[in-house]
Design a protein around this ligand. Sequence first.
Ligand code: SF4
Ligand code: SF4
Length: 236
Amino acid sequence: MSEELRVSPIETRGLAGKRRFAMVVDTRRCIGCMACQVACKAEYDTPLGVNRTWVPYKVAGKYPNVKKHFLPRLCNHCDDPPCVRNCPVEATFKVEDGGFVLQRYERCIGCRSCMAACPYNARFMLPSHRTYTPITNVVDKCTFCFHRVTQNLVPACVQTCIGRARVFGDINDPNSEVSYLVANNPTQVLRPEEGTKPHVFYIGADRNHTEFGRDAYRKIEVMELERAAFKNHFKI
Ligand code: SF4
Ligand code: SF4
């Protein structure tokens, strides 16, 4: 791994004296079972076609020497998040204690500026037709399971990860597992050149074998099509 892909230990710790939650994803332990993605879907009832967390993969090599590289993805809860800077109505904001980047649905005007600003495709638009909740036509994303973490639980994806590839905790606590992992392993963040100071740290991620950038973006029409297909299939 090249030196510039290592995480700066100085720039990426949130506010001094405050908690700063982070996730470490050890890609060497990820088996691509997608349990994290399913647990997240169950936790939030995320509509068809969009995900708060997802696990893209790439196949590398030639038969018979092939390998799948998985790269679990989610909002990076950046220290310097362009989604917050670009929201015209402060619907997207940062929580100082913990470093969560959260969304106020009642303020969001659905302009999608945050979606355009996020270099990680971490945001998506909620569809206009939802039968079980009035939360529609606003942007959504991973919250680091704010409601669970503030009850001293770990995020749903972390709790369900059978390979223990996802580890969560306060990186400002020197006794936390995330602190230990970041201190004792070469780690990477996605797209460090963007200067967003992400707080999802990867161990063993190979930039040449994993998906970066905006290519996972899925338009709302796709979501609506999938929803229609789902309704047709189940005749609801
Ligand atoms: S990953 Fe994207 S949505 Fe999440 S805080 Fe960073 S810029 Fe915002
Ligand atoms: S879509 Fe909502 S959260 Fe995103 S920039 Fe517009 S108002 Fe802010």
